[in-house]
Design a protein around this ligand. Structure first.
Ligand code: SF4
Length: 423
């Protein structure tokens, strides 16, 4: 997500300079949101990986139960804002599957009911619901680390109506997992996939990371083949990012870690594109591939600039041009019940919303319809963006067909440089 201008505290709805932080309820007053999705952040992890800049930690105080009671309260409050049913609920982290099974079940039940999906098992895309009547597509995703997917956890996920699991594999090479400070064994991935499938969860995403220090093109090819052997419905492939303020970033600065060459990283990305295309996966977003139509509905809400609610510490939400981030400390979030205190709030003025619409729309491989492009260019800032588009077209970074504008395939890895000029 691109960084957007943060309003000064004086300009924040409901927050005078120096005043206490507003709550989510306060900043949404008068916003008329139309929530299509909800994201819930579970911050617990068994270990902090040195490349990770998500809010997650090893909880020495065992606050899992307090976390769940607080989440249940927030779900009841948020349900009043929804025009249910929602299209998607995504539980991420952290490691949601680290919650003890009874607490995981309670969390999923609270989220499912607030989404308007009832107490029964929710229906997935293209399925029928428990009563046999047709249902709207509903995607209920939980992120998991492979070694946390026990038979009991897989059963809890299925019984709670989860119909999609996104698993952080990252690599199938022990030495590369070690370089990332991941603690699972490669063998735990097929085992977790089998346990999920035994419970009827077939929509499975595998996350992979390329450009890990010390990795070769052959390593990456083997990772892709190992992932394909498991026949996931979806694959996300990200180049390793050296996020500021992470231990990995500092290690790169001191020379303790050497990034791989840019040319090698580009070759890895191209290898992913050709290998996954040959295997029948459709490339639909810069870092995402799916089999058939099994795209991530939740991310499509983000990329479509839709409204989603944010549960949990550090989670970010979006409603009618207002983007907010909940307080990032678990203690602060636990104390602000049922509405989270807000750490940052951004009200996207018209120009910023236009820029964001370009940035999100062009991340999709199919790009944007020209009619939509024309609509956006008619907004303030249109002349500047039109010039940027003309320059990117002439340098070959963008390409235009009869009906669409998109990032040229060879420029996908450097798409940020184009997208920034359109913000
Ligand atoms: S398991 Fe995932 S969320 Fe937890 S520290 Fe590692 S990368 Fe971050």
């Amino acid at each position: 997500m691109a960084s957007l201008p943060i309003l000064s505290s004086a300009a924040r709805p409901g927050a005078a300079a120096g005043a206490a932080r507003p709550t989510v309820e306060r900043i949404l007053q008068g916003a008329r949101p139309s929530f299509r999705a909800a994201y819930a952040h579970v911050p617990f992890c068994s270990h902090k990986c040195h490349y990770c800049d998500f809010y997650s930690f090893v909880d020495s105080e065992d606050r899992q139960e307090r976390f769940v009671i607080r989440m249940e309260s927030e779900c009841r409050a948020a349900a009043a804002l929804y025009q249910a049913p929602l299209q998607s609920v995504f539980v991420g982290g952290g490691t949601p599957t680290m919650l003890r099974p009874n607490l995981l079940a309670r969390t999923l039940s609270a989220l499912r009911e607030s989404a308007g999906w009832g107490a029964g098992v929710s229906a997935g895309p293209g399925e029928q619901n428990a009563s046999g009547t047709s249902s709207q597509p509903r995607e209920f995703t939980v992120e998991a680390n492979p070694d946390t997917v026990t038979e009991e956890v897989a059963r809890v996920l299925a019984e709670s109506g989860v119909n999609r699991v996104s698993m952080g594999c990252q690599s199938f090479h022990p030495h590369l997992l070690k370089a990332l400070e991941r603690t699972h064994n490669p063998e735990s991935v097929p085992l977790a996939v089998e346990r999920l499938r035994n419970q009827g969860i077939n929509n499975i995403n595998l996350d992979l990371i390329f450009a890990i220090p010390g990795s070769s093109l052959a390593d990456w090819e083997a990772d892709l083949q190992a992932a394909l052997k498991l026949e996931p419905s979806h694959l996300s492939c990200y180049g390793l990012v050296y996020e500021p303020n992470t231990p990995l970033f500092l290690r790169r600065q001191t020379g303790a870690v050497l990034p791989i060459e840019e040319d090698l990283e580009a070759s890895m990305y191209e290898l992913a594109r050709s290998t996954l295309a040959s295997a029948g996966y459709g490339h639909y977003e810069i870092s995402n591939w799916s089999r058939g139509e099994q795209r991530c509905q939740h991310n499509l809400v983000y990329w479509d600039n839709g409204d989603w609610f944010a549960h949990g510490p550090s989670a970010s939400g979006h409603a009618s041009g207002i983007r907010w981030k909940n307080v990032p400390r678990l203690t602060d979030w636990l104390e602000s019940d049922p509405w989270s205190l807000v750490q940052d709030v951004e009200s996207l003025a018209s120009d910023a919303r236009t820029g964001e619409a370009f940035m999100l729309g062009l991340r999709l491989i199919g790009g944007m319809e020209l009619s939509r492009v024309a609509e956006l260019l008619a907004q303030p800032g249109g002349a500047r963006r039109e010039a940027a588009i003309a320059e990117a077209l002439s340098s070959g970074l963008l390409e235009r067909s009869e009906s669409r504008l998109r990032i040229a395939p060879h420029a996908l890895l450097v798409s940020d440089s184009v997208l920034c000029t359109l913000l």
